[in-house]
Design a protein around this ligand. Structure first.
Ligand code: ZN
Length: 260
């Protein structure tokens, strides 16, 4: 199957006027995202913001005595460092690179200056903040209510979208972290998806072989996330109608949380 790797850039930065973008990146080259690299730790000061281009970053919350749980993914659709949008410069989460690639790295002070002086930039990142919070809410209900197999299908689709590829590498340990289950639960769910010929999985190398089938196997959370993203970070026309439909989308999020 062909890869879906497309025009490589970060969507948030790509939407900015050239001058704003130049002020943020200072014409520096993207940095490498190396698998397992820790970009932030809970309680640490945020020094840089990352706008991934073609890698993806996992957001992990430690659960004392219970290991840890992945609660979000950041790829080319978003940014790492959103506490800065709220005027807070301390990271609440651990951020670890899960998919190798590149990212634009912006100094925290540069981002804060731009936020203070540029209302358009502030509005664009506020919309992203809303989408990010929606993803967190969706993940909370997903973890509580939805079946492991459907949740695995959702995370694999999310990873595929951020990796911009039908093939990627995720260790068994990381899949368990994604789903908040033991490794045996991951094995069962991955085997079930493989038997249905939706994915191929061998020693962490994953290939999505039937995207539509995997979408049908996923819980409703995947489509809800995508709709919210399209509504708030899609075309300008969609954004104009965004505020009015916010409560309707949140209602849909809650209504769909108990489907699976
Ligand atoms: Zn779900």
């Amino acid at each position: 199957m062909k890869n879906v790797r497309a025009r490589a850039d970060n969507s948030l930065l790509a939407a900015l006027p050239a001058l704003t973008r130049r002020r943020l990146t200072a014409d520096r080259a993207p940095v490498d995202l190396v698998v397992s690299e820790i970009l932030s730790r809970p309680g640490e000061r945020i020094r840089h913001v990352y706008f991934p281009i073609d890698g993806f970053i996992s957001l992990i919350t430690p659960a004392k005595g219970r290991g840890q749980l992945e609660i979000g993914l950041v790829g080319s659709e978003g940014m790492l460092g959103i506490p800065l949008l709220l005027g807070v410069n301390i990271s609440p989460l651990r951020a670890m690179v899960q998919g190798a690639g590149h990212a634009w790295r912006v100094d925290a002070s540069t981002l804060q200056q731009e936020l203070a002086s540029n209302a358009g930039f502030r509005a664009a990142l506020s919309r992203y903040l809303y989408v990010f919070l929606s993803q967190l809410m969706q993940t909370a209900t997903c973890t509580r209510f939805h079946r492991i197999e459907a949740r695995l299908a959702r995370w694999l689709l999310m990873t595929r979208d951020r990796a911009r590829s039908n093939s990627f590498h995720l260790t068994h340990e990381f899949l368990a972290l994604m789903l908040g289950v033991r490794r045996v639960g991951v094995t069962r769910a991955a085997s079930a998806l493989q038997r249905r010929k939706l994915i191929r999985y061998h020693r962490g190398d994953i290939s999505v072989v039937d995207v539509r089938g995997l979408e049908r196997a996923a819980c409703a959370c995947y489509v809800i996330d995508k709709k919210i993203y399209a509504r708030f970070l899609g075309s300008r026309g969609e954004q104009r109608g965004a505020t009015n439909s916010a409560s309707a989308l949140l209602a849909a999020t809650i209504a769909n949380s108990i489907e699976c």
